[in-house]
Every structure is written in C-alpha cells, then in structure tokens.
Design a protein around this ligand. Structure first.
Ligand SMILES: Nc1nc2c(ncn2[C@@H]2O[C@H](COP(=O)(O)OP(=O)(O)OP(=O)(O)O)[C@@H](O)[C@H]2O)c(=O)[nH]1
Ligand SMILES: [Mg+2]
Ligand SMILES: [Zn+2]
Length: 270
C-alpha cells in the first residue's frame, strides 16, 4: 500500500475496520529504491512507490541554495512522463536570485510545454498562481532536499504547520527535514502530498529504448531515426542527434538524456 491508495474496509465494530481490498490505482509515482537503503531482492533493486492516484506532480526546484539542478529535474520529469502524471515546475527562492538566473530555466522548460511557476515561500511571492493550479486536484510536491517543498505548502496553507529545515546553507548536503510522505486534505476536492527530498532518482521499470519518448521534445524526431531501436547516441542516421546539432533540441537536455542512458549500461532495466 502507498499514500493515496484507496481501500475498501470492513467495519469490525464501530471504531475499527479491516482493510479488505486495495482498489486499483489510477496511476502512481515511483522510483527505484535508493541503493543505500538496501531495498533489493536477489540483487534487483525494488520499486519504491512515492504516492498513488495523483492528478499532478509539482516538481519543486530552487534557483539558488541549493543551486538549480537541471539534471535532477530532467530525471524527475522522466519519472512523471513514464507514469503519465502531468508535471508542473516550481522555481522557488526567487528572493535570492538577484542575477536573474532563473529566466533561462523558465524559458527552457516552458518552451517544452511545462507550466513553470516562480515563487518565494519566505517573501510569499507567486503563491496565488500556484494555489490556483492546486485547486480541485490531488498534487504531490517532489524534488531535492532543501528546495522548500514544505515551506511552500506552509506558505500556501498555514494550518499545515509542516516541519521545515532550519539551516539555510544547503551547500552542506545530507539534511532531510521531511522524512515521511504525508497527504493532507485542504478541502473537499483538494489534497496535497508532501514528500521527503531526494538526492538521486532512477525511474523504475523503464526500458532503454523507451527513454527517448520521455523527453517530450525528442518525440517529433524519433520516427526519423534510421534504426527503430535507435538509442540516439552512437547510431548512424539519428534524427535526434541531428536536431541537437541544429539547435532544435537543447544541449543541456540531451546531456541529461545521455546521463540517464548511461545508467542503463549498469543494469538492464532501471
Ligand atoms: N530564501 C529563501 N529560503 C527559503 C524559501 N523557501 C524555503 N526556504 C528555506 O529553505 C530551507 C529548506 O526548506 P524546507 O521547506 O524544509 O525544504 P524541503 O524541500 O521541504 O526539504 P526536505 O524536507 O529536506 O525535502 C529552510 O531553511 C527554508 O526556510 C524561499 O523562498 N526563499
Ligand atoms: Mg520538507
Ligand atoms: Zn536516434
């Protein structure tokens, strides 16, 4: 069972119930269990389900402190594309962004078709737009540790009173303030899910030859590759590589793609 699962219960008496059935999931967000947790079975790392039955995912990033991590963002986007959950992107901590570093990222990802919000949880900027996007939906907040997921949820819904990190220097890694996934009801139709920050993510059960389809901007080119099984790396006649060379696909995204592709060399599926 996972957070967000719907179940059928049988009432044992007036106060207790027994779960009889977990109802089929509409969708779920997952990744490979992190290596360090040792969650593996006969050498295969297991699937870790973050939350089930989501309407959308809000991927929270911060422009600084910690520095914007586009590689991690691209990996989370792959996870959301492969589970067919709509992703929206938040760039938080814009109060720290005196050199406007965020614009290039906003432009890149909004050109790909993702909705991008710019916020400051501490200065309470951009919150109205984000709140509107959450209305009537079940939304999980996911992203690196320290980017401000819990702070944003508190700023939007002060009653939540979620625990937020106290240190302000996130260049020192290894702090995780939120340690469990929690789902909270905001009103009759709106639910939000706060999750622990992640440092690494490897989507579960994705095949190497399908990875390109998780990069939305590759899709128009993929069918022009010479080989059906093209992994858009070393094969001759690759239309994706050509599009990168012509500047039709952003190099940073292609580097992310190669980076993920490289992890397939270690294991068959990942
Ligand atoms: N300057 C600035 N700091 C922020 C902002 N949002 C959050 N912070 C700070 O960033 C730190 C981390 O915030 P959290 O809300 O705990 O981050 P988180 O993403 O929930 O982290 P985990 O629970 O570890 O995954 C805290 O010290 C916050 O005060 C913001 O918009 N601007
Ligand atoms: Mg948190
Ligand atoms: Zn190709």
């Amino acid at each position: 069972m996972a957070v967000g699962d719907r179940v059928r219960i049988r009432l044992a008496d007036e106060r207790t119930g027994v779960i009889e059935e977990v109802l089929p999931r509409k969708n779920y967000l997952s990744r490979k269990a992190p290596r360090k947790k040792g969650a593996s079975f006969r050498g295969e790392r297991l699937e870790q389900i973050v939350a089930a039955n989501l309407d959308q995912l809000v991927i929270v990033t911060s422009v600084l402190n910690p520095k914007f991590n586009n590689r991690l963002l691209d990996r989370i986007l792959v996870a959301s594309e492969s589970s067919e959950i709509t992703a929206k992107i938040v760039i938080n901590k814009i109060d720290l962004d005196s050199n406007d570093e965020r614009s290039q990222w906003r432009e890149l990802y909004s050109q790909l078709g993702y909705e991008v919000f710019e916020t400051s949880a501490v200065r309470k900027r951009g919150l109205k737009e984000l709140e509107t996007a959450l209305g009537g939906k079940t939304t999980a907040f996911w992203g690196a540790s320290g980017v401000g997921k819990s702070s944003l949820l508190n700023a939007l819904f002060p009653d939540l009173n979620l625990k937020v990190g106290e240190i302000s220097d996130y260049s020192k890694k290894g702090r995780h303030t939120t340690v469990t996934v929690s789902m909270v009801k905001i009103n009759e139709t709106t639910w939000v899910v706060d999750t622990p920050g992640i440092r690494e993510i490897e989507p579960y059960g994705l095949r190497k030859e399908d990875l390109g389809h998780m990069f939305v901007e590759f899709k128009p080119f993929i069918h022009d590759c010479k080989f059906n099984s093209c992994t858009h790396y070393h094969e001759p006649g690759c239309a994706v590589v050509k599009a990168v060379e012509l500047g039709k696909i952003d190099k940073k995204r292609y580097v992310s793609y190669l980076n993920i592709l490289g992890t397939f060399e270690e294991e068959n599926t990942y």
